[in-house]
Design a protein around this ligand. Sequence first.
Ligand code: ASP
Length: 347
Amino acid sequence: MLDLNASVLLIYTGGTIGMMEDEETGALKSFNFNYLRAHVPELVRLKFHVDSAQFKQPIDSSDMEPRKWAELVRIIEINYDRYDGFVILHGTDTMAYSAAALSFMLENLNKPVIFTGSQLPIGKIRTDGKENLITALEIAVDKNSFGQVFVPEVCIFFQNLLMRGNRTTKINAANFKAFNSFNFPVLAEAGTYIRYRHDLIHRPPEGAKPKFYYLLDPNVTIIKLFPGISEEILKAIINIPNLKGVVLETYGAGNAPCMCWFLSLLEEGVKKGIVMVNVTQCASGSVEMNRYLAGKSLKDIGVLSGYDMTTEAAVAKLMFLFGQRLTPQEVKRQMTVSIAGEMNTES
Ligand code: ASP
């Protein structure tokens, strides 16, 4: 149901959706929000109010970083009571990381925060940006007959699918279907109507107040395994001063080499207090460390299972937990439970 008094804050961070071609080189560069607004005259025809905010300097999302996530949280916190929902226009390249990070940084959310963007700039006649933007705005104000919003979650809306932000991965550099949520069903599908999966949508505990977090610790890294990974390289990574967390992208169901040097280096890292989380390189499916000896050896030395979490969510979660100044023990404990619907620990 559309609430005619509803209002949305549209936050423009940059990305292809608002880019235009550089006259000299033809390369796409970020432009300002007025340019975008001029290409979506439909905005004034919406039956609810849309205000806008933008990053001082719109960016290609390759330049996204934790300080900018904190800036998004700040914009949302200071405007939280004035709007029914928030739509964030963001480049597609790192959108899944940003959506995952915000899902942890905005606790007990009771309003929609919907990320969207496009593969073609809004100024192009075949742009996918208009549809993405208009539907994301509608989802941000959609409520039931009791006035409750349908989706009080951080989500990504792209093409016609609404996905939980921390379950989403960019899968295509050109296709309009640029994102997928491999390990969790979509929360809504937009066709003639927008069909919500109310049974899957996360709601905050009754009466819980939203909490806004700003601190993230970037001392984490990703190690993607490949046949031939060298001892020297792994040793150099494990010995990085101040390294606190590692997302280990393993094979299949969470498997890794059983070579002595490999396991001893990882064990040395775990003993130093580095939190290591095992996620699979496969697009879908879950880590099962008891299934093969090659996974069990990792478990035995203290590597944690990341179950069916995406790499993006695992990185953002480690940054978030260490940002809260938790001890490695406490971070480990929280990495094994779902805190924002980011993983399923029951296989
Ligand atoms: N490079 C762009 C960005 O992520 C790509 C996009 O928006 O689709 O900002």
